[in-house]
Design a protein around this ligand. Structure first.
Ligand code: KIV
Ligand code: ZN
Length: 435
């Protein structure tokens, strides 16, 4: 991350310098195995969940929501396998989700019995719409659900004598909840738990359905952080869904507005349009010179394990991770990349600066080989670059336009991309013709 700068090459002045930025990574919590899994057409098997869990651990997640064990036998069995099989590293905390209903809370405690460190994540929906249409309960009745649930979690934690158990509460559909009411419910939860700076609880304020622009969500988070009665007694967590396609921006704005913790999933898997994509947010931090605290240095492997376990594809143009993101098809882009690669290191500040490539592909385990591809859109610079890179052949400038024309003619005729070997063969035949 030292090779990236917070404000690359934009010539900011005092007047245009942003008043907020992100200087350090938030606490991350992966919800791949819960929110991500519940949104799969075919949910993961126990073995697939274990492979996914191992992947998440290898990426560096220290908090992992592993499931909703009171809701399904597979989830329960998986949590038991993790605990009984000793599969949870000492520095990793598992998290389990439960609704605020007595038998479900009790079952969740059965599931985590024996865990060294676990977060019990309790939620109930607080939004106007859900109160009126789904539960037909008034504000006091909905608040009482949160209080009763919290009381039981507190009681079971105390009975378990396991000091490694922590508590998270989500006013689900926070984005559709009156802000002052959400705060009132959270205050009641804090009081019931006895939250303090020595026993912080996590208040997770989900954008369950992304209903507004990211700055409006961030305004809500900022207001919440300012008005919470004891800011030191809580960690403010955000959990953004991607219904408007802006979940990453939402989470980034929320962190700038004061959130401490971010929940999300690899490649944005999750209900409907997905959860906030942690790969994108993490690498956005990296390319601004901030250590994300997660290891994305082998994205092809992460993508492979993810796709194998979830049966979901990663879009070829997915930020940072898609198969096509380190390619350039147009001639002017190829030329600029080629010049940028050659000039590397010449600026002397050691910062990464190659046109059209916001990140060094090597930093995420990708190679330069696939960057320049030649098709009917390519120009002379790209063609010359491939010949030089793959075969060490430097074609003279005067020959380049003519040869590029020949390459384009083949690409136009076949409608296909040309491999380096084809370009090399064509160069030889053209060279003979020119002789
Ligand atoms: O999106 C959501 O609100 C959730 C909660 C259960 C946290 O997934
Ligand atoms: Zn969710």
């Amino acid at each position: 991350f030292n090779k990236y700068s917070a404000y690359p090459a934009v010539g900011l002045t005092d007047r245009t310098w942003p008043d907020r930025t992100i200087n350090e990574a938030p606490v991350w919590c992966s919800v791949d195995l819960r929110d991500g899994n519940q949104a799969l057409p075919v949910p993961m098997s126990v073995d697939e969940k274990i492979a996914m869990f191992r992947l998440l651990v290898s990426v560096g997640f220290k908090e992992i929501e592993v499931g909703f064990p009171s809701a399904s036998a597979t989830e329960f069995a998986f949590v038991r396998r993790l605990i009984e099989g000793g599969l949870i590293p000492d520095d990793v905390t598992i998290q389990v989700l439960t609704q605020a209903r007595e038998h479900l809370i009790r079952k969740s405690f059965d599931a985590i019995s024996g865990a060294r460190s676990a977060i019990v994540h309790l939620y109930n929906s607080t939004s106007t719409l859900q109160r009126e249409v789904v539960f037909r309960k008034n504000m006091e009745e909905v608040k009482a659900i949160a209080i009763e649930g919290t009381r039981l979690v507190r009681q079971l934690k105390d009975e378990s004598r396991n000091s490694g158990i922590r508590f998270e509460y989500s006013p689900e559909s926070f984005t559709g909840t009156e802000l002052e009411y959400a705060l009132e419910v959270c205050h009641a939860v804090m009081d019931t738990w006895g939250a303090s700076k020595d026993e912080k609880i996590i208040l997770n304020l989900p954008s369950t359905v992304e209903m507004s622009r990211p700055n409006l969500y961030a305004d809500r988070i900022e207001w919440f952080c300012r008005n919470i009665k004891d800011r030191d007694a809580v960690l403010i967590s955000v959990h953004a869904h991607n219904d408007r396609g802006t979940a990453v921006a939402t989470a980034e704005f929320a962190v700038m507005a004061g959130a401490d913790r971010v929940e999300g999933a690899l490649f944005g898997n999750g209900e409907r349009c997905g959860n906030m994509d942690i790969v994108t947010m993490g690498l956005n931090l990296l390319t601004q010179g901030v250590n994300p605290g997660l290891d994305f240095s082998d994205l092809p492997r992460i993508r492979e394990v993810y796709s194998r376990c979830t049966r979901m594809d990663v879009h070829p143009r997915h930020p940072y991770a898609g198969e096509l993101v380190y390619t350039a098809f147009s001639g002017s882009h190829q030329d600029a990349i080629s010049k940028g690669m050659k000039a590397r290191g010449q600026k002397g500040d050691g910062l990464w600066a190659v046109p059209y490539l916001p990140i060094d592909p090597e930093d995420v385990g990708c190679t330069y080989e696939a960057i320049v591809r030649i098709n009917s859109q390519s120009g002379k610079g790209g063609v010359a670059y491939v010949l030089e890179k793959e075969y060490g052949i430097q074609i003279p400038k005067w020959m380049q336009p003519d040869f590029a024309e020949a390459v384009q003619a083949v690409a136009d005729r076949t409608g296909e991309e040309l491999s380096a070997t084809q370009i090399h063969d064509l160069f030889h035949s053209e060279y003979v013709r020119l002789q």
